[in-house]
Design a protein around this ligand. Structure first.
Ligand SMILES: CCC/C=C/C(=O)SCCNC(=O)CCNC(=O)[C@H](O)C(C)(C)COP(=O)([O-])OP(=O)([O-])OC[C@H]1O[C@@H](n2cnc3c(N)ncnc32)[C@H](O)[C@@H]1OP(=O)([O-])[O-]
Ligand SMILES: NC(=O)C1=CN([C@@H]2O[C@H](COP(=O)(O)OP(=O)(O)OC[C@H]3O[C@@H](n4cnc5c(N)ncnc54)[C@H](OP(=O)(O)O)[C@@H]3O)[C@@H](O)[C@H]2O)C=CC1
Length: 293
């Protein structure tokens, strides 16, 4: 989709880049020439990913073991990256989530999710953004959100709340940091099956709700390359005037709500023919009862 050199000279940190979508995004950015940093809490996972991805594109991929719930750890990570050169981009991707009735959540359960999704993203943005402002770097921040920022979602309430907070940060900082040329955008993916997400959100093995491809208007899950391409576009130069936007990439899933007629997509032409006949018969009957017109 892009030239191999589209991201040459870009240096991007992907939080949670050792697994799942973060790893797939890392592959995409590397293949278009970027240098990539990934972070997470499990060193063995990060090491394995770096070894695997070093064969792709620029091959410049590094890791840092960091818990993004800890602002001091983030500061240490970002300072150590800067010693090797300034970043030009950040992808806030690390997250925590699980399905649960809200009434069964403990404060610690809520905090585990909020502190990763909301606090972790904010601390990372702050550590990097203040350096960009000081050094006059026109960086690109992209947060990996979810379509629940528009719809909310039952049974994942802390995640929906925390992602919505970062959606608000995206709009707010786009304005505050626009004067520095810093872009602040987000993407809202629909279902892209990963081990991490499916273990926590699809534990019965039977896809339902947010993990069910049959209710996506396009009738399928997202493909990793599609998300990687969108992230590449948002990290590349060329459309720098885009800021403050959250871009959905979900095959229309969140628009196909049960309160709409989305489910009528399963009707055949024959179904529609008999429905048309029924509606027309009703209209004809009403006409015969009219005394004017
Ligand atoms: C369409 C797809 C959209 C996808 C969106 C995504 O984000 S997918 C991204 C998917 N990827 C990920 O999520 C990756 C990262 N996820 C993780 O690291 C873990 O899943 C984590 C979120 C539990 C945090 O781990 P940790 O080591 O920081 O925490 P901890 O083990 O110490 O527990 C803290 C508290 O949580 C409680 N609690 C835990 N489970 C449940 C439950 N099922 N029920 C109720 N409560 C639960 C636990 O009991 C404890 O509270 P307590 O008892 O002390 O009051
Ligand atoms: N898969 C999907 O269908 C969708 C996913 N998303 C979003 O995409 C992103 C990636 O999800 P996905 O790849 O599916 O799931 P994963 O579980 O594979 O990814 C989560 C990553 O975050 C890291 N992480 C978690 N907590 C921390 C922490 N405290 N500090 C540093 N890193 C941490 C994990 O590594 P470690 O445990 O080693 O720390 C892991 O690499 C998330 O933001 C998710 O909300 C949004 C919509 C749909």
């Amino acid at each position: 989709m892009f030239k191999d050199s589209t991201l040459a000279n870009k240096r991007v940190l992907i939080t949670g880049g050792g697994t799942g979508l973060g790893k797939e995004i890392a592959k995409g950015l590397l293949s278009y020439g970027a240098e990539v940093y990934i972070c997470g809490r499990r060193e063995s996972v990060l090491q394995e990913t770096v070894t695997e991805l070093a064969k792709i594109g620029s091959g410049k991929i590094h890791y840092r073991v960091t818990d993004i719930r800890d602002p001091d750890a983030i500061e240490t990570m970002v300072a150590s990256i800067w010693e090797e050169g300034a970043l030009t981009g950040l992808i806030n991707n690390a997250a925590a989530n699980f399905i649960s009735p809200t009434k069964d959540l403990s404060p610690r359960g809520y905090q585990a999710i909020r502190s990763t999704v909301m606090d972790g993203a904010f601390y990372t943005v702050l550590a990097i953004g203040k350096r960009w402002i000081k050094e006059g770097i026109k960086g690109s921040i992209v947060s990996n959100l979810v379509t629940w920022v528009w719809t909310g979602s039952a049974y994942v309430v802390p995640s929906a709340m925390a992602k919505t907070a970062i959606d608000s940060m995206t709009k707010s900082l786009a304005v505050e940091w626009g004067r520095y040329g810093i872009r602040v955008n987000a993407v809202a993916p629909g279902p892209f099956p990963t081990e991490g997400a499916w273990d926590k959100l699809n534990p019965t093995g039977t896809s339902t709700g947010a993990t069910d491809a049959s209710t996506v208007p396009m009738g399928r899950y997202g493909e990793m390359q599609e998300l990687a391409n969108l992230m590449t576009f948002l990290q590349a130069d060329g459309c720098d005037y885009i800021t403050g936007q959250t871009i959905g990439i979900d095959g229309g899933h969140h628009l196909a709500a049960p309160s709409t007629f989305a489910s009528l997509g399963s009707w055949s032409d024959d179904d529609w023919s008999s429905v048309r006949d029924s509606i027309k018969a009703s209209a004809e009957k009403e006409k015969t009862q009219r005394s004017v017109g």
